[in-house]
Design a protein around this ligand. Sequence first.
Ligand code: NDP
Length: 266
Amino acid sequence: MSDQTKKTVIVTGASSGIGQGIAIAFGKQGANVVVNYYGDEKGAQFTLDEIIKAGGQGFIHQADVSKEQEVIGLFEKTKEKYQDLDVLINNAGIQKDSAFAHMSLDEWNKVISTNLTGQFLCAREAIKQFEHKTTVQAHEVAKGSIIFISSVHDLIPWAGHVNYASSKGGVLMLMKSLALEVAPKKIRVNAISPGAIATDINEEVWSDEEKRKELIKLIPYQRIGEPEDVAKVAVWLAHEDSDYITGTTIYVDGGMTLYPGFVDNG
Ligand code: NDP
């Protein structure tokens, strides 16, 4: 696979975890990486430093993906700096867990507006930029690519996390419907659905020995994933080598979606 030198990539939520891993992986490919963050400026700066060390370029940009004007600002700034956008990694996401009967409207709205509306807003701005691209690539290659970071919970129901699972279920059909709409324009849209990846979002589980053991029982491959497991797939899925793939979800989950309860005869 050739490198992705000079590709311009926006990664939302790139100040930690999976987004940080993906942003650094693109940096290693020599890309221009826009490191979006929400509250963790230090984390975003660390990501950018690693990108530059690895031979890439970029800048950090604070924006709440659930706020329309802030998302527009993120994409305008990217255009100003690098002209044409090539890849959007729609990654920013949160959890706010609660038993359903006690879930507040705020807990519901916050998760839906970040995980689903945020991905809608960013995808819309990316599509606008892809459609108006000034540098035209070889006509056999996509004009642009969007990768939604969804979750195994776009498939696996999750008690106590109804807001989160609903947001990711929504992302699945957002991704597929959008892929269908823009394929004739030579824009690719796909998703990666991670299983359990050790990041801040689930630290409370993987840092506790007992909870960790319970989690491993759900992973046939018998290990918790790392951000790099997702990052390698994202780099490939944004590359011309995967040019004929659109509307697909790749489950990067160590087999979590294989009904692990049936490993031993059910
Ligand atoms: P982290 O908590 O490590 O990272 C979340 C990132 O999202 C941070 O960079 C955070 O920014 C950013 N963010 C949160 N809210 C907003 C907002 N309103 N606007 C912009 N950015 C925001 O979690 P992960 O890396 O684990 O999660 C990344 C994605 O992967 C999420 O979509 C999550 O659902 C998904 N995922 C994760 C799995 C896992 O096991 N870890 C499994 C399946 C899916 P900041 O810190 O600057 O506030």
